[in-house]
Ligand binder design. Structure first.
Ligand SMILES: NC(=O)C1=CN([C@@H]2O[C@H](COP(=O)(O)OP(=O)(O)OC[C@H]3O[C@@H](n4cnc5c(N)ncnc54)[C@H](O)[C@@H]3O)[C@@H](O)[C@H]2O)C=CC1
Ligand SMILES: O=C([O-])CC(=O)C(=O)O
Length: 355
């Protein structure tokens, strides 16, 4: 710092002190994390409490919910958060009472569920998760703050989010989303490796559809920043076989590859993606950049209305909107329809579990 010119030093001091002042003045927001005692919960807590999700000037009160058999672990996590002496963290509630957990919360990250194990089909998880999401929908409807924004991470993420929407009719559908940002980030990472460029120089990949192996990772509209200006990724890759083959299958299968290697599902990258999702939703996407989010379909791009489907979205002032008017070729259309069809089947299966 001492080697910086005076003007830059003053600017840095001003930025730091205005952040400190803002974090003192901003009222804390309440964030509920369900399934907090699990793997992703452990990874996401310090990210939230250090401002990675809502910004470095936003104090937070974290509500952590888990089931009674996990209450001791939840208590341990609370101790660790206190011991981390995090300036933005203004309170922690660790509870197994869903009503207390949901009380006045402004943001919700839903990790609660039964994680897929190696070799296990996602559909086997359906009936267990439908029951959890139905019960938690009612609690959120009764106790959460108005305009509360919800991110469902637990699998099957799109359909869990749909069940939540169905059983919390007073929460606006636009406030219920699911996580496909991890797949989006995987697609950015894979493309940047292929082109040997920094991941921060790649943008505008798309994940269409379900957070499952039928998802369609689409790099047709992706852009890469180069020394000669922005270029279409497609032009730089110049290999249609790779774009339509290995690129798609690697991203689709990445979750399973991580389970095979770690013997448990992705935690660090899932936690990081959950923070990215909420950060961009609340604080906005940069101009000319979109991200992928699982949102309630209104029929855009010919996708059936009434399912939670991952689209490219822009975010501004806490609202997302689907990017319109992208050119869709025949290959993409077939992939987008296949993953939509799977979601319709999942929806019907979920409804059959309710009877
Ligand atoms: N959408 C995505 O990109 C990703 C989704 N996932 C999913 O996220 C979920 C969480 O993953 P992990 O943290 O690794 O699982 P985990 O098994 O370590 O944690 C789940 C936690 O939920 C708790 N839980 C179960 N039923 C509950 C209930 N009714 N109320 C409150 N808590 C309850 C469990 O006790 C456990 O502590 C899994 O469903 C996993 O498949 C994981 C990675 C990526
Ligand atoms: O299936 C899982 O639990 C893990 C998962 O969603 C992913 O890594 O994409």
């Amino acid at each position: 710092m001492t080697s910086l010119p005076l003007f830059q030093r003053l600017t840095k001091c001003w930025q730091t002190s205005s952040r400190i002042i803002a974090s003192v003045l901003k009222p804390p927001v309440k964030i509920l994390v369900t399934g907090a005692a699990g793997q992703i919960g452990y990874a996401v807590m310090p990210m939230i409490a250090r401002g990675q999700m809502l910004g470095p000037d936003q104090p937070v009160i974290i509500h952590m919910l888990d089931i009674p058999s996990a209450s001791e672990a939840l208590g341990g996590l609370k101790m660790e958060l206190i011991d981390s002496a995090l300036p933005l963290l203004r309170g922690v509630i660790a509870t197994t009472d869903v009503a207390q957990a949901c009380k006045d919360v402004n943001f919700v990250i839903m990790l609660a569920g039964f994680p897929r194990k190696e070799g296990m089909e996602r559909k086997e998880l359906m009936s267990k998760n439908v029951a959890i999401y139905k019960a938690q929908a009612s609690a959120l409807e009764q106790h959460a703050a108005p305009n509360c924004k919800i991110l469902v991470v637990a699998n099957p993420a799109n359909t869990n989010a749909l069940i939540l929407k169905e059983f919390a009719p007073s929460i606006q559908p636009k406030n219920i989303t699911c996580l496909t940002r991890l797949d989006h980030n995987r697609a950015l990472g894979h493309l940047s490796e292929r082109l040997n460029v920094h991941v921060g120089d790649v943008k505008n990949v798309i994940i269409w559809g379900n957070h499952s192996s039928t998802q369609y990772p689409d790099a047709n509209h992706a852009i890469v920043k180069t020394e000669f200006g922005e270029k279409p990724a497609k032009e730089l890759v110049a290999n249609d076989t790779w774009m339509k083959g290995e690129f798609i299958s690697t991203v689709q299968q990445r979750g399973a590859a991580i389970i095979k290697a770690r013997k448990q599902s992705s935690s660090l990258s899932a936690a990081s993606a959950a923070c990215d999702h909420m950060h961009d939703w609340i604080l906005g996407t940069p101009k000319g950049t979109w991200v992928s989010m699982g949102v309630y379909s209104d029929g855009a791009y010919g996708i059936p209305a009434g399912i939670i489907y991952s689209f490219p979205v822009n975010c501004d002032k806490g609202e997302w909107s689907i990017v319109q008017g992208l050119k869709i070729d025949e290959f993409s259309r077939a992939k987008m329809e296949a993953t939509a069809n799977e979601l319709v089947v999942e929806k019907n299966l979920a409804y059959s579990c309710l009877n």
